[in-house]
Design a binder for this molecule. Sequence first.
Ligand SMILES: [Zn+2]
Length: 89
Amino acid sequence: MTWLVATASLPASIIRIRRRRITPVRRRPLCGARTPWGRPCRERALWDDEADRPRNGRCRAHGGLSTGPKTSVGRQRALRNLRHYREGW
Ligand SMILES: [Zn+2]
């Protein structure tokens, strides 16, 4: 019975992880992305349970799942776009 062995070899460490206090959903920051209706997005930011903090401050509909640019070329492009955005279209 392999599953018995598996459950027996998963000790209290997993239970401790489950019991660890993480920030309750109601206290997590909102996404706040600009929406077509002029109001900021009211969805909660995508939460990183491991680190107990928002991944990048956005909900899953507004880039919260994004891991960001990976290559150095992509990073430079993203920074250029950010400057462009801050100058105000
Ligand atoms: Zn959002």
